[in-house]
Design a protein around this ligand. Structure first.
Ligand SMILES: Cc1cc2nc3c(=O)[nH]c(=O)nc-3n(C[C@H](O)[C@H](O)[C@H](O)COP(=O)(O)O)c2cc1C
Length: 338
């Protein structure tokens, strides 16, 4: 089965094409540390046969948190707990990825001064953000670099930059949230500048041989916002330094999204074919038949499962033919159940 064939990106060989999509659990303490919940949560998905687990959005700065219970990577003290997560994921037979994030104007931590490219709110539920000065932009870029260094120390195999869902990087990319008139706003080339600086800074600290992925919202679903054609241009501008592209959509502003099985697969397919880069397809993929169709037709290189893996942590080993697939070994202690 296509789902259970290995894939190599940089020095990482993932045993199968199934990924756990990054999903916030809002289950940390206020210090942003990894706790037993995270160890059980990610460890069980590893034992369940997922090839690559991408850990939930992990904040590079305290004011870049989505909630005050987010995992964090802004402090050296957080590295030890993250290292234990990586170890458990590896022990379970999976590769470990981390998603680095800054929430920008969608920061939901009370009494926090939120930042964005421009002083435009997401919705009336959020405070008006402070438009970042150049030095604040430079500090956010440096924070991504420091976080990448910590992620390397913790032992992650892959790092994913969260450039989607209306968080800080996406806010710079979209003309609907970036109204700047300096070199960070206006043309698409200018709006991509912040992302390019983040990528370059991460590359200074993230080992060259380890894989770097980027998650983008392929469309804003709004007139005047990002389209899949813009996304292809953005990918072209960063693809020399990014190994894998993860195509999601929406989240910049409240918008009507057409949602149906595989609703974002066409974005992964378009980027793969237009830009010539490996991609991850995600979004309402719930059956092994969908996974086989996507991979067999070469519409994407990986398939990420989100909510399906929340419902069924052992989904991969339940959907492979036991022992027929090298990419899906049944864990030794469970063999008598098959
Ligand atoms: C509870 C929950 C938390 C999520 N948190 C994140 C996140 O931390 N980072 C991210 O990029 N996407 C996040 N997402 C989006 C998922 O990664 C995924 O793209 C989305 O759920 C669609 O895939 P699915 O239909 O397989 O669930 C989250 C989704 C859910 C349901």
């Amino acid at each position: 089965m296509y789902a259970f064939t290995p894939y190599t990106v940089k020095d990482l060989t993932v045993k199968n094409r199934l990924m756990m999509a990054p999903m916030c659990t809002y289950s940390s303490n206020f210090e942003g540390e990894a706790l037993d919940f995270h160890r059980v949560h990610y460890g069980s998905r590893a034992v369940g046969g997922t090839g690559l687990i991408i850990q939930e959005a992990t904040a590079v700065l305290p004011d870049g948190r989505i909630s005050d219970r987010d995992l964090g990577i802004w402090d050296d003290k957080q590295v030890e707990g993250l290292r234990s997560l990586v170890q458990l994921i590896h022990d379970g037979g999976a590769a470990a990825g981390i998603q680095l994030a800054h929430a920008g104007r969608k920061c939901g931590v009370a009494d926090t001064r939120t930042v964005a490219p421009s002083a435009v709110t997401f919705s009336s539920d959020y405070p008006e953000p402070h438009a970042m000065a150049r030095e604040e932009i430079a500090e956010a870029v440096r924070a991504f670099g420091r976080a990448a260094a910590r992620a390397a120390q913790a032992g992650y195999d892959l790092l994913e930059i969260h450039g989607a869902h209306g968080y800080l990087i996406h806010e710079f990319l979209s003309p609907l949230s970036n109204l700047r008139t300096d070199e960070y706003g206006g043309t698409l080339e200018n709006r991509v500048r912040f992302l390019q600086e983040v990528v370059a800074e991460i590359r200074r600290f993230w080992p060259a041989e380890r894989a770097l992925a980027l998650r983008l919202s392929a469309t804003d679903y709004l007139g005047g916002g990002l389209t899949i054609a813009d996304t292809c241009q953005i990918v072209d501008l960063v693809k020399a330094d990014v190994d894998l592209f993860h195509l999601s959509s929406g989240g910049l502003l409240p918008a009507q999204m057409p949602v149906f099985p595989g609703y974002q697969v066409a974005f992964a397919e378009t980027v793969k074919k237009t830009c010539g880069v490996p991609t991850i397809a995600v979004g309402l993929i719930k059956s092994i038949h969908q996974v086989e169709e996507i991979l067999g037709n070469e519409r994407a290189d990986f398939v990420a499962l989100g909510r399906e893996l929340l419902r069924s942590p052992y989904w991969p080993i339940q959907h492979c033919k036991p022992d027929a697939e090298a990419g899906c070994p049944i864990p030794e202690p469970y063999r008598r159940a098959w």
